[in-house]
Design a protein around this ligand. Structure first.
Ligand code: MN
Ligand code: MN
Length: 485
């Protein structure tokens, strides 16, 4: 019997080791400049867009400035879609689809990049204002997967919208301008924190304890209402009435989000990283948008970018990816062509589409090696992460991209000089997670997760590498532009 041939002997090509580490030295000085310039643009976006509504508004204004027109206005004008046209469509001021119409018809499928613009935060409850212990507080209900202890004893800002019953809306943004006041959630002093410190970290601060300190000044005697005994709360209500013309019941028709106060910053003496709120998932959402904006010429396939809402709570609801917004929007686009059977064209279009699910991934963190699978976890500034699967336990909840599609992505990225690495969300059976990938994969399209690795994911201040953020942009642009074999 001969020993099994493992292929090592007699092969013509020498074995090649796949280098997957820090890529700063692998890129040219000119590309380093491009990384720095891109990071500045991204940080400006991140600092200005701290809620899904703000991200939508900023994205739409940037798209309009680049010639994108509202798809629904074309429909009303009965205008036809032609290759090279740029369109967008919104859903409730939160979810956005933007597209550059390709040379090939919709029946050949789309090239999609989809990210999300919602992020973990604290939402004001419908009856949020109350007074206790001589101070006025804002009662909150957290949104998404947060570690509650991270949200206390830090400066917080209040963003959102209050809609009065007559339908007029008030935009709120307090705590970002250096002249603004900020807010905070108090923590216990260590002197009295012995019992708290003995609890598991998940119980040291609980959800009902996330009450935001709003004020401590009683209403002026001139404003006094003898019926009301909570004078500090009354003072806050009087201030809100004067500043915004809103009353207490208006909070019932509001979406007010408490987020970390302040702008994104360069991180590290070498400024190679970014500390910011909500890299998850604006580091990918912005990269997708910029990739679409920077496409050269008319792409072969219609290039679509989706920036969706509600990913952090399961992609549910009208603005989440588990809705028919994409189907409706693509149907509207097909209706502006000469195609006769719109429904068949829609099904064929989606089944023949390709997608990058643009969401963040976990980095190998030297502080927490016990949860890491070092060979298979991404490293910071070693490139954009392509994750064949996510999920938890035995890949539960993952859409697991096909080997064939992975090969196509490798080919596209390698040909375009995109620095990329593969990723896996931690050690097997330690945890896991999911993205919007599965909601698109159900149409039969090829989808793979591709995004930026983070430290401190879901923390108030998350860490992203500048090179990785740029390579996500470069990779998305190459993917949107490539002509399929
Ligand atoms: Mn995400
Ligand atoms: Mn997330």
């Amino acid at each position: 019997m001969t020993p099994p041939n493992n292929g090592a002997a007699g092969t013509a090509a020498p074995a090649r080791v796949w280098k997957r580490d820090n890529a700063w030295s692998a890129i040219s000085p000119a590309e380093r400049e491009a990384v720095a310039a891109y990071a500045r643009d991204y940080m400006a976006f991140l600092s200005a867009a701290k809620t899904e509504r703000e991200a939508f508004t900023l994205a739409v204004s940037q798209a309009q400035a680049r010639g994108f027109v509202d798809l629904d206005s074309l429909r009303d004008g009965a205008q036809r879609l032609e290759p090279g046209m740029k369109v967008y469509r919104g859903c409730r001021g939160k979810t956005l689809l933007a597209a550059v119409i390709g040379k090939r018809g919709f029946e050949h499928g789309l090239h999609l990049v989809g990210g999300h613009t919602d992020a973990p935060r604290l939402d004001a409850k419908p009856v949020p204002l109350y007074q206790d212990g001589g101070v006025a507080l804002l009662d909150t209900h957290y949104y998404g997967g947060i570690k509650k202890y991270q949200w206390v004893a830090m400066p917080l800002a209040l963003h959102g919208v209050v809609v009065r019953q007559d339908g007029t809306a008030v935009q709120v943004c307090i705590g970002e301008d250096p002249a603004d006041p900020v807010f905070t959630i108090t923590d216990l002093l260590p002197h009295l924190g012995k019992d708290q410190a003995a609890k598991p970290m998940s119980e040291g601060i609980n959800g009902e304890g996330l009450n935001v300190l709003l004020g401590s000044l009683p209403a002026e005697p001139a404003d006094d209402d003898p019926e009301v005994k909570d004078k500090v709360k009354l003072g806050i209500l009087r201030w809100l009435e004067k500043r915004y013309g809103i009353e207490e019941q208006d909070f019932a028709s509001a979406e007010l989000e408490v987020v970390p106060a302040g702008a994104a910053r360069d991180l590290g003496l070498d400024r190679s990283m970014i500390l910011g709120y909500a890299h998850d998932d604006r580091v990918c959402a912005y990269a997708a948008l910029r990739a679409l904006f920077d496409l050269e010429g008319t792409p072969e396939h219609t290039a679509v970018v989706l920036l969706c809402d509600k990913e952090e709570i399961g992609s549910v609801g009208a603005t989440g990816m588990d809705s028919v917004f994409l189907e409706n929007s693509v149907t509207e686009m097909i209706a502006l062509t000469d195609v006769k059977d719109g429904n068949l064209a829609l099904r064929r279009c989606l089944e023949r589409s390709r997608m990058l699910s643009a969401d963040v991934n976990a980095l190998h963190d030297p502080n927490y090696p016990e949860v890491s699978s070092p060979n298979n976890m991404a490293q910071i500034n070693a490139g954009v992460v392509v994750a064949k699967y996510t999920g938890s336990r035995g890949k539960s909840g993952s859409s697991d991209a096909s080997a064939e599609f992975m090969a196509e992505i490798r080919q596209v990225f390698n040909a375009a000089g995109v620095v990329w690495q593969s990723g896996e969300l931690g050690k097997v059976d330690v945890g896991g997670g999911g993205t919007i990938a599965l909601f698109l994969a159900r149409y039969g399209m090829d989808v793979v997760d591709c995004g930026v690795g983070l430290f401190s994911m879901h923390a108030p201040w998350e860490v992203a590498g500048k090179l990785d953020a740029y390579m996500a942009y470069k990779g998305y642009r190459a993917f949107l532009a490539h002509a399929r074999r």
